[in-house]
Design a protein around this ligand. Structure first.
Ligand code: FAD
Length: 349
């Protein structure tokens, strides 16, 4: 256990002993619960089992939103109970009422750990809730463990530009908060018949005290179309593709395979593809069944975003490229000739 190894005082301070349970903020938007919420319930279950604690989901939304239905799903993915808050001010995400709602719930029910997805909403909410509660938050974690003695959450995340992994423990504050990116944790198995408790909570919101107003929701047409994090097949191109014209070969193979197109950072920086297609530490984390990396060296900052793929195929003309150290299949060759050949082969089958 990290705390025990470092020789620090490992006993849980008396005033923190009232904090119990592992919570997951269940993010939903326009009728869908974000899949990262289920992934986090899987992680929460493991942490809670080590601690001998319960897993709770937190659902906040407008009066007409089917939060009870989402709670039933959450039980299937491992939650023991769900705190449900219905209020007109919670229709559509705004930072202020959601921060108030979540901090009130924490103050009332005192969870030991709280997890949120490192999504646009989760990142925004986690920061303001942690600051309001004056507690610790570890953002963008790639691994979560528990030190059973100190009950400290050991939250691991890349640091120093991705060249090191650091494990952060919040020993003296509760709740211990962490955000985790979509696709970093695996999906738990769903037990459709598993049940749990719904705890309806009233929170006294006042619309007049909220300075932001939600006037309309206009989806970003381009980012909506790109679903890299949850794609089953990704064909990804790097700087080795040399220019935007050659990058078209990536699109050709992707089209034939029904795949999404990904890219390394230099490709995005060169403007060959949209920023939403960047895979890696400062881009998306992906977990496809098949990841085809073309002209990508396999730098650590790229690797952390795609190494959980079930099968990685690397095409690179340098037999010593680092990507061959962790790819499952490698083709040493010129991507400009290998890609058209692969595209043709798949097209004719
Ligand atoms: P290169 O490293 O230049 O590799 C090109 C590869 O193409 C080489 O291996 C070469 O052998 C091969 N090649 C050349 N010609 C051909 C050919 N004709 N056929 C086949 N292969 C060929 N990078 C990311 O990708 N995602 C991130 O999120 C990210 N975040 C970062 C965050 C920080 C803080 C920092 C410092 C860096 C980050 N980077 C990120 C950049 C990262 O360090 C690498 O520079 C980058 O991943 C390299 O991209 P590349 O593999 O496309 O290019």
């Amino acid at each position: 256990a990290p705390a025990a190894r470092s020789g620090r005082k490992t006993e849980l301070p008396e005033h923190l002993k009232a904090y119990k349970g592992v919570w997951v903020f269940l993010e939903h938007d326009r009728g869908h619960v974000h899949q990262v919420s289920w992934e986090l319930l899987g992680s929460a279950r493991k942490l809670a089992d080590t601690l001998g604690a319960e897993v709770a989901g937190v659902l906040m939304g407008g009066p007409d939103e089917p939060l009870a239905q989402y709670a039933q799903e959450a039980f299937g993915y491992g939650a023991d109970l769900c705190y449900v808050v219905h209020d007109p001010v919670l229709k559509g995400y705004r930072n202020e009422p959601f921060t108030k709602g979540l901090t009130d719930l924490v103050n009332r029910f005192q969870p030991e750990i709280m997890l949120l997805g490192a999504t646009t909403m989760g990142r925004d909410l986690a920061g303001s809730v942690a600051t309001t509660l004056q507690t610790g938050l570890t953002a963008d974690c790639t691994e979560l463990n528990i030190d059973p003695v100190s009950r400290a959450l050991a939250a691991t995340r890349p640091t120093f530009g991705g060249s090191l992994l650091c494990t952060i423990m919040t020993l003296a504050y509760r709740p211990q908060m962490a955000t985790v990116r979509p696709r970093v944790m695996s999906m738990p198995k769903k037990e459709a018949t598993r049940s749990g408790r719904i705890v309806e909570v009233e929170i006294g919101f006042e619309e007049s005290s909220i300075v932001t107003k939600l006037l309309d929701f206009i989806p970003d047409a381009s980012s909506n179309k790109i679903n890299l994090a949850y794609a089953d097949i990704i064909v990804s191109g790097g700087k080795g593709m040399k220019n935007a014209d050659n990058f078209q070969l990536i699109w050709n193979l992707a089209r034939v395979l029904g795949a999404e197109v990904g890219a390394s950072r230099p490709v995005v920086q060169a403007g060959w593809v949209e920023a939403e297609r960047q895979v890696g530490q400062t881009g998306k984390t992906v977990r496809p069944k098949l990841y085809i990396a073309c002209g990508i060296s396999g730098a650590i900052q790229h690797r952390v975003g795609m190494e959980s793929a079930d099968a990685i195929v690397a095409i690179n003309n340098d037999p010593n490229a680092p990507i061959f150290d962790f790819a499952h299949y490698g083709i040493v060759g010129n991507a400009m000739t290998v890609l058209p050949a692969l595209t043709e082969a798949f097209r004719s089958h």
